[in-house]
Design a protein around this ligand. Structure first.
Ligand SMILES: C[S@@+](CC[C@H](N)C(=O)[O-])C[C@H]1O[C@@H](n2cnc3c(N)ncnc32)[C@H](O)[C@@H]1O
Length: 464
């Protein structure tokens, strides 16, 4: 056996048993594609195209789910997305006449949602045009000397000229009284930061252009980078053009947008207060939203400590996340709901088996905190599911988009484990659809453990 090969003495008995239990529900769904379950399909959709929130899912997916849920279960009135991102679910639902709530913890998503809501509900196009022109005038005439509030990982992201224009815009916005129009302008400014910077969002990282004032091991060339003024002018024009269309698409009912962690907020919601949940939580794949959106967080005034707190408050999906178990225990005291969650978590034998296998290979893992990540992820997700079991009315449905993951050649069947939690916590798992094409493993993992495709799924659970 070579030094790098993996011992396969750990049992996979429970994982196989779990697979057998759900095998009959696992189905390829040819109407699902990467484009549908991601932001890609929104690139030409008025409103949703204003901010590239790559983790969002498409208007088509939400519409298809709403249509199907309405057809098969009668009119669904009250819709919830506890991981709302840029608000695709509440926006599309309200546009179709339902009432909907989104909970989101990342201010980037909140600013985007509020901006789109403001344009679709309330702000007059002429008022927007007038204030947008004032913003542009201010930027072109202001010679303010204030500096941009950088985070450690954003230093050097802009040329001096661009940075001074961004600061001018921030000053203008801070002088503007709180109003729906301000939300649209804030979204517009935030949405062009990547474009005018020396960075590019690329998977887990910000890639850097060689022109940035940083010592770089490798660099990219972004080609011509527009000035903030020019990029913002184009975005404002796009918003102006989209105004009538967003009113048609998303106008009507006003979605409720809650800026909080759903881990804290769900317990404040009433029993049976929603009929349908459509959601896509972060995947258990180490992706760090605070790193990807560092420029936007810095623009919104986040300090290093604020970012650290935010990262810890996000659903645990990075190796940096510490356990929230104690905090949640305090929040829930000795409630029966929390006890049920702990029981379901401890009794999830396939999960315990996977954790045991990873423990045995702890020293070989690229990062040992992956084990903690998986533990935290499933504990927190089982709490979310238990709360949804209380909040969703009897007969109500949950649709969830999520990817399986793998570490050290061990596949973590997130779809099966979460569906099993759901069943332990009162739901019936009706379908686990997966995309015709799964996700390949990284080249490093492939070299070591062979090629493995992991499922990208949409699941449907019905509440008892
Ligand atoms: C996969 S994205 C969902 C995107 C969304 N479906 C959309 O269309 O924009 C997951 C979202 O969950 C949010 N999130 C992570 N932890 C959270 C928490 N504890 N409470 C609320 N939202 C959270 C992330 O900030 C991210 O926006």
């Amino acid at each position: 056996m070579s030094l790098l090969s993996v011992q396969t003495t750990s049992s996979t008995f429970e994982q196989e048993r779990l697979y057998k239990r759900y095998e009959h529900l696992l189905q390829v769904n040819n109407s699902l594609s990467r484009k549908t379950v991601s932001y890609q399909a929104n690139k030409s959709v008025p409103g949703l195209r204003w901010m590239k929130y790559k983790e969002g899912f498409s208007i088509n997916l939400v519409s298809a789910i709403l249509d199907e849920a309405t057809k098969s279960e009668g009119c669904k009135e009250r819709i919830l997305d506890p991981f709302a991102g840029m608000g695709t679910v509440p926006l599309v639902s309200c546009g179709k006449g339902y009432s909907a709530t989104g909970i989101e913890i990342m201010p980037v998503g909140i600013v985007a949602t509020k901006g789109i809501v403001a344009a679709s509900n309330g702000v007059r196009r002429s008022d927007f045009k007038r204030t947008a022109n004032k913003l542009l005038e201010h930027i072109s005439s202001d010679k303010g000397a204030l500096t941009f509030n950088h985070l450690r990982i954003t230093k050097g992201a802009f040329s001096q000229y661009t940075e001074s224009q961004i600061v001018s815009a921030t000053n203008f916005l801070s002088e503007l009284r709180e109003s729906p129009c301000k939300h649209i302008l804030q979204l517009a400014c935030m949405s062009v930061l990547e474009e005018v910077s020396y960075t590019r969002k690329d998977g887990q990282y910000l890639r850097w252009d060689g022109r940035a004032d940083r010592t770089l091991r490798s660099s990219i060339n972004k080609g011509k980078i527009p000035s903030f003024y020019n990029a913002l002018s184009l975005r404002l024009l796009e918003i102006y053009t989209d105004f009538p269309h967003v009113k048609k698409l998303f106008g009507g009912k006003h979605p409720k947008v809650i800026e909080n962690s759903c881990l804290r907020h769900l317990q404040l919601m009433n029993k049976n207060s929603y009929d349908l949940v459509i959601m896509s939580p972060p995947y258990a794949n180490r992706y760090d939203y605070t790193r990807t959106y560092a420029l936007e967080l810095a623009f919104l005034g986040y300090s290093e400590d604020d970012v650290k707190t935010l990262r810890q408050d996000l659903l645990s999906a990075t190796v940096e996340n510490k356990s929230k178990a104690e905090e949640l225990q305090q929040l829930y005291k000795n409630s029966s709901l929390f006890k049920n969650v702990m029981r379901a978590y401890r009794e999830q034998e396939a999960l315990q088996e996977i954790l045991f296998t990873l423990e045995q290979h702890r020293k070989e893992l690229s990062n040992q905190h992956v084990i903690r990540l998986i533990r935290n992820y499933f504990l927190e997700m089982s709490l979310v599911i238990a709360e949804l079991g209380r909040i969703v009315s009897p007969g109500g449905t949950i649709y969830m988009v999520n990817d399986n993951v793998q570490y050290h050649g061990v596949e973590v069947p997130v779809d099966l484990i979460l569906s099993n939690f759901a069943e332990q916590l009162g739901f019936t798992c009706e379908n686990i659809w997966h995309l015709p094409k799964g996700k390949g493993n990284s080249s490093q993992q492939m070299g070591r453990f062979g090629r493995k495709e992991i499922r990208k799924c949409v699941y449907r659970w019905k509440n008892a």
